[in-house]
Design a protein around this ligand. Structure first.
Ligand code: BG6
Length: 480
C-alpha cells in the first residue's frame, strides 16, 4: 500500500547516482501521479549550497521536452528541499530531524523513507546515525540501499552485521536495478505463463543458456570505483546472476515477495562455486583507430592494474532440472555495442530427414529495444523442401507501441514506497550469491601472475571468446 504522509530523504543528493537515477525516477513518478499526494523530498549531502543551486543540480539530469513537463518540473521543485550536513556527526542528523518535523507539520502520521545514494565508505555510518537520530516516532521507516553490498562473502556479511541490529529486514530495500527492468520482470511470466516454454524448460531440451551484458563505453572517470571492483563484482555477481536466478528457479507458490525469494535462494544454493578453469578475463586497451584510450590510460586507474573489464564464465546448477547445462555469462565494458540479452539454445533436433538444421533459440533482449523472439525453422515457400530459419518476433516498440516502458528506478522506488519487497534482494539471497563468486574473486585477486587478456576498445572482447563459448556447446548460427 502506498502510504500518505511520507518524506523521502535522499542521502548523497549531490552525487552521480542521485542526479542520474534517483531524482529522474522520483520526478517520473511525481508527474504520473504515482507518489503519495502529500510527499516531500529532502536532499541531503555535505556540499553547502542554497536552494536555487540545489534545484539547478536536481534539474540538470531531468529532460523536459514539452511545456507540460516543464510545468510539472516546477511543481516537483516545490516539494524538494535541501539540507547540508556531515555524514558522521549527530548534530547534523538532529538538524535533519528538525527539518523533517517541519515537513511533517500537521500530519497524523509521518513515514520516512531513507534513500542511501552513497558510496560504501559512508553507508554504515549514515544508517547508524539515521537510526539514532531520525527514526520516525509515529510512522514507518524504510531504508533503500544501493550496491556494492560488500566485495565478497565476508565483507557482505560484515555489512549485514552492521545493519542487522539497527534495521529489521522488512525495513531494508536492497536495490539491484536490473530487477526493475521491464524485461527482467517479464521472465517469470514468460516461463510460467506459457505451457510450451514451461514444458521444455529443462536439461532435456535446453542445451545451454547465454546471458550477455555489453557496454560500448569504458570506465571513463569512474576508474577509481571500478578498479576496486572489476566487472565480475560490478555486474555479474548481481545483475546477471539475478537474471539467471529468475530463468532457473522453480515455480514460486505465489508472486509474493517471500515466496519468490525463497525459490530464488533455493536455486542459488544449488549452484557450485565458479571454477577458475571456466573463466576468461580481459581488459580493454586502446581502440584500433587509436581514438579511444585503454583502461590503464584513465588517470583514475593505477598503471599496473589487473582489473578485469571483461569476463566470460560458465556456471552450473546441480539439480534435477539443470544438471549439466552450461550457463554462459559474458560481460564487458568498452565493447562494440550496447546490449543485454539472454539466449536460450535448445538442443538439436535429430538429423535423418534434415541435414544441418539450425537450433531453436529463444532470445530475450533486455535492452535496448526490448524484445522476445524465437528462431524457428520453417519450409521456405516454393517448390523445393528447402528450410529456412525464421523468427517469431515480439518487439515491444511494435507490439506495445502506445505504452511507455518505465525506468527501472521508477518501478523500484514505487515498490519501496508501497512496501513490496519482491524486486529487492533479501539478505540470504545476497549471501548465497556471494558464495558462488567469492572463491573465484579471491583467486583472481591473489594470483598476481594472472593477467587479463587485452582487447581493443570497441571490439567484441578478447579474441578467444568465440572458441570459449563454443567449447561449452554454444552454436553460432550462420547469420549470427
Ligand atoms: C551498474 C554498474 O550497476 O550498472 C555500471 O555499476 C553499469 O558499471 C550499469 O554501467 C548498467 O546499468 P544499465 O541500466 O545502464 O544497463
Amino acid at each position: 500500500e502506498l502510504k500518505e504522509n511520507t518524506v523521502i530523504v535522499v542521502f548523497g543528493a549531490s552525487g552521480d547516482l542521485a542526479k542520474k537515477k534517483t531524482f529522474p525516477a522520483l520526478f517520473g513518478l511525481f508527474r504520473n501521479q504515482f507518489l503519495p499526494k502529500d510527499v516531500k523530498i529532502i536532499g541531503y549531502a555535505r556540499t553547502k549550497m542554497d536552494h536555487e543551486e540545489y534545484l539547478k543540480r536536481v534539474k540538470s539530469h531531468i529532460k523536459t521536452p514539452t511545456k507540460e513537463m516543464e510545468e510539472q518540473l516546477d511543481a516537483f521543485s516545490k516539494i524538494c528541499t535541501y539540507v547540508s550536513g556531515q555524514y558522521d556527526e549527530d548534530a547534523s542528523f538532529q538538524n535533519l530531524t528538525k527539518h523533517l518535523e517541519e515537513c511533517e507539520k500537521g500530519w497524523k502520521e509521518a513515514n520516512r523513507v531513507f534513500y542511501m545514494a552513497l558510496p560504501p565508505s559512508v553507508f554504515t555510518t549514515v544508517t547508524d546515525h539515521v537510526k539514532r537520530n531520525c527514526y520516525p516516532k509515529n510512522g514507518l521507516a524504510r531504508v533503500i540501499i544501493e550496491k556494492p553490498f560488500g566485495k565478497d562473502l565476508e565483507s557482505a556479511r560484515e555489512l549485514q552485521k552492521a545493519i542487522e541490529p539497527l534495521w529489521k529486514e522488512e525495513e531494508v530495500y536492497r536495490i539491484d536495478h536490473y530487477l526493475g527492468k521491464e524485461m527482467v520482470k517479464n521472465l517469470l511470466v514468460l516461463r510460467f505463463g506459457n505451457a510450451f516454454l514451461g514444458a521444455t524448460w529443462n536439461r532435456n531440451y535446453i542445451d545451454n543458456i547465454q546471458i550477455t551484458f555489453k557496454e560500448p563505453f569504458g570506465t571513463e572517470g569512474r576508474g577509481g570505483y571500478f578498479d576496486e571492483f572489476g566487472i565480475i563484482r560490478d555486474v555479474m555477481q548481481n545483475h546477471l546472476l539475478q537474471i539467471l536466478t529468475l530463468l532457473t528457479m522453480e515455480r514460486p507458490i505465489s508472486f509474493s515477495a517471500e515466496d519468490v525469494r525463497d525459490e530464488k535462494v533455493r536455486v542459488l544454493r544449488a549452484m557450485p562455486t565458479i571454477e577458475p578453469k571456466n573463466v576468461i578475463i580481459g581488459q580493454y586497451g586502446k581502440s584500433l583507430d587509436g581514438t579511444k584510450p585503454g583502461y590503464k590510460e584513465d588517470d583514475t586507474v593505477p598503471k599496473e592494474s589487473r582489473c578485469p573489464t571483461f569476463c566470460a564464465l560458465v556456471a552450473y546448477i546441480k539439480n534435477e532440472r539443470w544438471e549439466g547445462v552450461p550457463f554462459i555469462f559474458k560481460a564487458g565494458k568498452a565493447l562494440n555495442e550496447q546490449k543485454t540479452e539472454v539466449r536460450v539454445q535448445f538442443k538439436d533436433v535429430t538429423s535423418g530427414i534434415f541435414q544441418d538444421i539450425p537450433r531453436n533459440e529463444l532470445v530475450i533482449r533486455v535492452q535496448p529495444n526490448e524484445s522476445v523472439y524465437i528462431k524457428m525453422n520453417s519450409k521456405l515457400p516454393g517448390l523445393t523442401m528447402q528450410t529456412v530459419q525464421t523468427e517469431l518476433d515480439l518487439t515491444y516498440r511494435r507490439r506495445f507501441s502506445d505504452l511507455k516502458i518505465p525506468e527501472a528506478y521508477e518501478s523500484l522506488v514505487l515498490d519501496a514506497l508501497k512496501g513490496d519487497h519482491s524486486n529487492f534482494v533479501r539478505n540470504d539471497e545476497l549471501d548465497a550469491s556471494w558464495r558462488i563468486f567469492t572463491p573465484l574473486l579471491h583467486y583472481l585477486d591473489s594470483n598476481k601472475e594472472i593477467q587479463p587478456m587485452e582487447y581493443p576498445y570497441g571490439s567484441r572482447g578478447p579474441a578467444v571468446l568465440d572458441d570459449f563459448t563454443s567449447s561449452y556447446g554454444y552454436k553460432f548460427a550462420d547469420n549470427a
